[in-house]
Design a protein around this ligand. Sequence first.
Ligand code: SF4
Ligand code: SF4
Length: 199
Amino acid sequence: MADAKKPLGQGILKGLALTLKHFLARPIITVQYPEQTLVHSRRLRGCDLVWDPERCTACCTCAKSCPQGNIRIETRLRPDNTREAVVFEIDHGRTMFCGLCVESCPFDAIHMGKASERATYSRESLVLPKEKLTISPERQPSGYFRPQFEAELPPQTLLVYGGRASEGPAAPAAPAGPPAPAGATPPAAGAPKEKVGVK
Ligand code: SF4
Ligand code: SF4
């Protein structure tokens, strides 16, 4: 039975006021994907593994650590008795992006990437040779397990910080350790897709 003391329609008005409040006060959280994308977490384990041939000693620790057997490495001995990887191949179609290879590398030579789109029509194209694994403007390492990268990356938009991107916590200071490899820069302003922050 309706409460005689409450004016008729009060509930509807309260609901509309709440809707209006959220409409005006909250940031817009939708974007025109795929033309626009949001900035992911700095520690993203993207659909990508990024390799740095300059740092890699071909020790094969990453390949031994992979529970999926996804990393294929063939090495050869140089005249100076060091090793180099003549084949370094990762099957991105089988990886579960667990990050164990990244965590096990003693030389910070393999990283989780920031890419989040890897749709393709053929599984073969997901097996990437070393030429396609190296760091480039399109293939950037994320801060996963590598704080020295995290400090350089822009804050994630939405969700994690529960507010405006500019209010997000500062990135942790980079600890002493191996410097970020050349080319490991935050996304450039001229990136192919527009990265959208919270307004
Ligand atoms: S992320 Fe995990 S599954 Fe993928 S290659 Fe590295 S160790 Fe293997
Ligand atoms: S990426 Fe790291 S763990 Fe893998 S072979 Fe190179 S140095 Fe060794």
